[in-house]
Design a protein around this ligand. Sequence first.
Ligand code: HEM
Length: 205
Amino acid sequence: MRDRLWYGVFLCGLAPFLWLVFLVVSDGLGANPIERITHFTGDWQLNLLLTTLAMTPLRRLTRKNVFIRFRRMLGLFAFFYVCLHFSTWLVLDQFFDWDDIVRDIAKRPFITVGFTAFLLLIPMAVTSTKKMVQRLGPYWRKLHSCIYVIGTLGIIHYLWLVKADKLVPIIYGSIFVLLLVLRLPVPQWLKDLPPLLPQTGNQPG
Ligand code: HEM
């Protein structure tokens, strides 16, 4: 169901793209526009990938199913930004020079890793429809657990491309690990612990 919240989340996903279009038409990309677009789309691809991964832990922590409604949309936005990111590299950076493209993918490890992540994202985006969920059955879940590999490759890509200060990719990596930990099943001993806060509701006496 498409309500106001749905449109709000959709606009949030689209806003970085609209901002990028504004920067392009207003000549606001600075001295190196190609680098700026590559970094901007790379950042937003990673932001949206992590936001998509945050939906399940958020549902777990809040017990509100609303987060799951937006998981697919956010994942598709992540794919949209990686397509822009890849196209910028392919068209504006490499000018469709296929020899150079193949050499870049084979020889620069951070490009190899980013490219692998991009390839893995394609079947996930293609099979994200309700029809495909039904058609693939249990295989759908297996295929979509590729998201963990993609996230790992995305972080490695970022860590390898940054030469000096690695703080930002390390922060992204830490958030990614935290999101994975929050997905692990809660062990029984933790479930058995007494509540930290006094229980509310009707107390006897
Ligand atoms: C899941 C896939 C990917 C993710 C998460 C990702 C993410 C990123 C991030 C976060 C940055 C740095 C942005 C910044 O410094 O602010 C970046 C830069 C870059 N990415 Fe990707 N990327 C992915 C795939 C790709 C692919 C497929 C290519 C090309 C084949 C690519 C080529 C580049 C290039 C050329 C840069 C700039 C490197 C530099 O400044 O020296 N990326 N990417």
